[in-house]
Ligand binder design. Structure first.
Ligand SMILES: [Zn+2]
Length: 679
């Protein structure tokens, strides 16, 4: 889609939910593609604004506040700060990054509701909802848990079962329980307002199914299946005390449902940005684009447009280039399982390498299907593409210019056929980058942009100026001039994707204010102009660095397994006599050594109080022999001797095994004489 008939573009990005920091999935799915697109339009001098903000209402925030013993405002203040900072540091160039707890937003959302209410666009309905009599409150969504009626999992929420993914009504839960007091809730009648999506169905059919066949197949397909299923009225209010109060009489204790209020946040943020906000939202020559993840498609393609249509004075989105999900090392990214690469942590571990992550997430973006982020791929793309192609080319061009000409750009002489052939490729590459960006194919676009540096790299490798420097200095001037012009072009073409690198390159070349129309210009650097000293653009990432990240994820897995491990069920009952047959004593380890040619076995000499005896124990993975001398242990002394690896083991040391398989000695809590009986 060309920007053609539109005078300006409004780009919105899904509002991240302010109950945790942001991770690579957020960046890959929404913010990097939106930022690339907006930077591209800005380079073309188009009128464009990038709108963002934190979503700060809803039940998960109030629950987190309750669990941590703080206020919801404390929670959103904390995470809004972290999120905003991460975006800034990754170069996501918001024109405004606001928040839905702001006064402007409360007013805007409240007015929006009031307009629809006054126009009779809502349906009022009484419904039965759970109420906590101890806490005196209705239990919205996640304030209630119980057994899932579909998969029978425990701990399903009032709005969804996370085990089987089914959307639920709280009243369907088996054995419902209040999260607030733990009590069994009662059913009470409560009034809510509903947006009758069924009423908007004919319009949505025409507008999306007939009118926007150019939308990405994943987006169009999801809209179609929702519409084909038949749309239902959707509640726009909740019984809750955190959010935008419902601005009508008789609505005490009710707030706007977070899904009604959040997208209005785009409007409030634009208002904060400019007094001319209406030209972006209410004029037919403006184009609105929503960048979101696939979980938000229904809200941005069906619910929000129905709201805007009902209000009547707003434009509708022209396109919703939603992405699929990014997984991490083969597993779904999850905040609750801490399975993520957090942006604020990446910034510490990979200082000044924002562009590397932006690049990898774009080159591997989940545009048409879910995709996987792996650290090995991250390393490979950095080392083989950014370092070996882009970095290498730019470095050679700049270093050789300093070596041969003290940093002065040489004039080009007569061009050879090969020179012309190379230069002719440039406009073709630029065109392919543009074509891909125009239809939101960012993977393709970044690949083409890198192809320009690949072209430059090949040109230098083929021409070998370092070999000709002595024999044909005139030819070398031409080669270096061309290499430098390509470098300048690369710096423009990669700016939307790698803004930090583009800036460094233009600083090196002493260029500024280059715009998109300069792409393809082969005289960006005039002969005789001086360029600056080379600066390192990318550096190789070593195996050890990647291993650290993999180890951290492995540890997360172990921690999760341990946290989720359920104790094994009890064994069958035994008689007391069976127990008394076992003679367990406190012993002390007096000698310890590894059993040769084994990984797990230690040979111990234990003072049992009765005697000193040899025991072979499978604990070598967890304990070093020298560290356990003198340790108290519990030893089963009347276990029949067994030969292990040719050593007779006389007894068994008792060990506790935790969820991760780690072993610990079972020993008396304070000093006890060897030989004391354990019973
Ligand atoms: Zn379920």
């Amino acid at each position: 889609m060309k920007t053609g008939n539109f005078k300006r573009t409004l780009v919105t990005t899904a509002l991240p939910y302010a109950n945790g920091p942001v991770h690579i999935g957020h960046l890959a799915g929404v913010y990097v593609p939106a930022d690339i697109y907006v930077r591209y339009l800005r380079l073309k001098h188009e009128d464009v604004v990038l709108i963002g903000g934190s979503d700060e209402h809803g039940v998960p925030i109030t629950l987190k506040a309750k669990n941590e013993g703080v206020t919801p405002q404390d929670i959103v203040d904390k995470y809004h700060g972290i999120i905003k900072d991460s975006f800034e540091k990754f170069g996501v160039s918001f024109d405004v990054y606001s928040r839905t707890s702001s006064k402007m937003h409360h007013e805007t959302a409240s007015d929006f509701f009031k307009t629809l209410y006054d126009k009779g666009e809502f349906v009022e309905k009484e419904s039965e909802q759970y109420y906590d009599e101890e806490a005196n409150q209705f239990l919205a969504d996640r304030y209630i848990t119980g057994t899932c009626p579909h998969c029978k999992s425990e701990g399903a929420y009032g709005d969804q079962c996370e085990s089987c993914g089914t959307s639920l009504n709280a009243t369907d839960l088996i054995n419902p329980q209040s999260v607030v007091s733990g009590s069994k809730p009662v059913v009470r009648k409560t009034k809510h307002w509903y947006l009758p999506l069924d009423k908007h169905e004919p319009f949505l059919k025409e507008w999306i199914l007939d009118g926007h066949k150019e939308w990405k197949p994943n987006v169009y397909g999801q809209c179609k299946s929702w519409i084909d299923l038949g749309l239902q009225p959707r509640a726009v209010s909740r019984d809750l005390n955190w959010g935008v109060p419902v601005p009508v009489e008789g609505a005490d204790g009710k707030v706007l449902y977070v899904w009604f209020d959040a997208p209005i946040g785009y409007i409030s943020a634009t208002k904060e940005l400019t007094p001319e906000w209406e030209k972006y939202w209410k004029s037919d020559d403006s184009r609105m684009l929503h960048f979101i993840g696939k979980d938000n498609i229904v809200f941005h393609c069906i619910v929000f447009p129905s709201m805007l249509k009902a209000e009547g004075s707003y434009i509708l989105p022209e396109n919703v280039p939603a992405n699929e999900f990014l997984n991490l090392e083969g597993d779904k990214i999850s905040t609750s399982r801490n399975w993520a690469v957090w942006l604020h942590e990446y910034l510490v571990d990979f200082k000044d390498k924002q562009d590397v992550l932006r690049y990898v997430l774009t080159a591997n973006a989940p545009e048409t299907k879910d995709n996987d982020f792996t650290w090995k791929d991250f390393q490979a793309r950095n080392n083989n593409e950014l370092v070996a192609i882009l970095g290498n080319f730019v470095n050679r061009a700049v270093v050789l210019t300093h070596k041969y000409y003290d940093g002065a750009v040489p004039a080009a002489g007569e061009l050879t056929d090969y020179d012309k052939e190379t230069l002719n490729e440039i406009p073709a590459i630029v065109k392919r980058v543009e074509d891909a960006l125009d239809i939101f194919r960012f993977r393709e676009a970044v690949r083409e942009a890198i192809n320009l540096s690949r072209l430059g790299n090949k040109y230098l490798a083929d021409c070998e100026p370092w070999k000709l420097a002595k024999t044909d200095p005139e030819r070398v001037k031409t080669i270096m001039n061309i290499a430098l012009q390509i470098t300048a072009n690369v710096s423009i073409l990669i700016e939307p994707f790698l803004p930090f690198t583009a800036k460094k390159m233009q600083d090196m070349l002493n260029l500024e204010n280059l715009d998109w129309s300069s792409c393809g210009n082969l005289e960006l650097l005039s002969a005789g102009s001086l360029i600056n000293k080379p600066e390192l653009l990318f550096e190789k990432i070593e195996d050890a660095t990647i291993q650290e990240q993999l180890d951290r994820l492995q540890q997360t897995k172990v921690d999760n397994e341990a946290a989720n491990k359920v104790a094994a069920p009890a064994k069958d009952n035994i008689e007391f006599d069976d127990f008394t047959k076992m003679d367990i004593r406190v012993g002390t380890i007096v000698e310890a050594e590894k059993v040769a040619k084994t990984k797990k076995l230690l040979q111990l000499k234990v003072d049992t109080g009765i005697d000193q005896r040899i025991v072979v124990s499978g604990i070598a993975e967890f304990f070093k022999p020298e560290e356990i001398i003198g340790k108290h242990v519990s030893i089963l002394v009347n276990l029949a001797p067994r030969k292990i690896r040719g050593i007779e083991s006389q007894g068994m040391i008792l060990m506790a095994e935790d969820a991760s398989g780690k072993l610990e000695f079972v020993a008396p809590a304070s000093d006890v004489k060897p030989g004391s009986e354990i019973r």
